[in-house]
Design a binder for this molecule. Structure first.
Ligand SMILES: [Zn+2]
Length: 75
């Protein structure tokens, strides 16, 4: 019963939505959050995982491990 300390964040399967990365145009199959549809029928700007990581990196500032937690460089 270790519900409290699961190391992995939950991923939402969004492959059925046919979402595209705003940055590189790659298909987004899963997101660390549940996308919500807006009034205009889109899901807003979404990014694939590599782009998301790059964006977060370029935000600068401290490395407080938002929802990354640690380094994961291998695929
Ligand atoms: Zn991308």
């Amino acid at each position: 019963m270790d519900y409290q300390n699961r190391p992995q964040r939950q991923m939402h399967d969004v492959s059925a939505l046919g979402l595209k990365c705003e940055e590189c145009g790659a298909e987004i199959k899963e997101l660390p959050f549940e996308p919500t549809k807006r009034d205009d029928g889109t899901y807003g700007r979404l990014y694939c995982q590599p782009c998301n990581r790059n964006r977060r990196k370029s935000f600068g500032g401290g490395d407080r491990g938002g929802f990354g937690g640690g380094r994961r460089d291998r695929y």
